[in-house]
Write a protein that binds this ligand. Sequence first.
Ligand SMILES: CC(C)(COP(=O)(O)OP(=O)(O)OC[C@H]1O[C@@H](n2cnc3c(N)ncnc32)[C@H](O)[C@@H]1OP(=O)(O)O)[C@@H](O)C(=O)NCCC(=O)NCCS
Length: 177
Amino acid sequence: MPERQLRMVRPDLNNLPGIGVPAGYALRTYRPGDEAAWCEIMNTGIGTGWTVEKCREEVTGREPFLPDGCFFVTKSEEGVATACAYDNPPEGVNAAQVHMVCAKPAHRGRGLGRLVTLAVLHYMRDHGYQAAFLGTDDFRVPAIRTYLGLGFVPDFIEDSHRTRWSAVFAKIGELPS
Ligand SMILES: CC(C)(COP(=O)(O)OP(=O)(O)OC[C@H]1O[C@@H](n2cnc3c(N)ncnc32)[C@H](O)[C@@H]1OP(=O)(O)O)[C@@H](O)C(=O)NCCC(=O)NCCS
């Protein structure tokens, strides 16, 4: 069986930092027709085969997708980063998933991943969710560092994940306090 993705949780949505948008960028939620822009972003960082049809079939056209919980950072109207809230909780938990966080390479290094993730967390808090969770991969160091900085912690859903997380932390370096 293939190994499961690493899991992180933010056990509550209290004390979220405020949202600040860097100069030259804007933050907005999903609008119908955003699929092409979403695919352009995803094809730079989460898989390579995203098409408008596949996006509708697997993401924007399916129940866990929350249009107002999907955020885009734009620059001169071009979508450059995105993340969404997914109403996909494990049974018995009032949590939502942070899903599909990605920024175009030319716009990385400016905290846009943090911005879209934080916008999703604010959305979740404002819509009555109590916690957030996400899946990620061992090699996604900038993403994991972003999530740690926003109060997510590893959720050891399998014994093997303790070893995997030790290796991740060895790569991550110290987080600013
Ligand atoms: C995740 C993503 C959106 C973050 O982009 P970003 O907001 O521009 O983030 P940055 O490049 O500024 O990096 C975030 C942090 O990781 C650090 N970082 C980046 N590369 C690193 C590396 N190789 N080793 C250690 N730390 C690293 C940065 O210094 C920054 O640290 P800080 O928060 O203390 O300032 C972007 O990397 C991306 O789109 N990746 C591909 C898709 C992906 O992996 N998505 C996550 C799916 S779970």
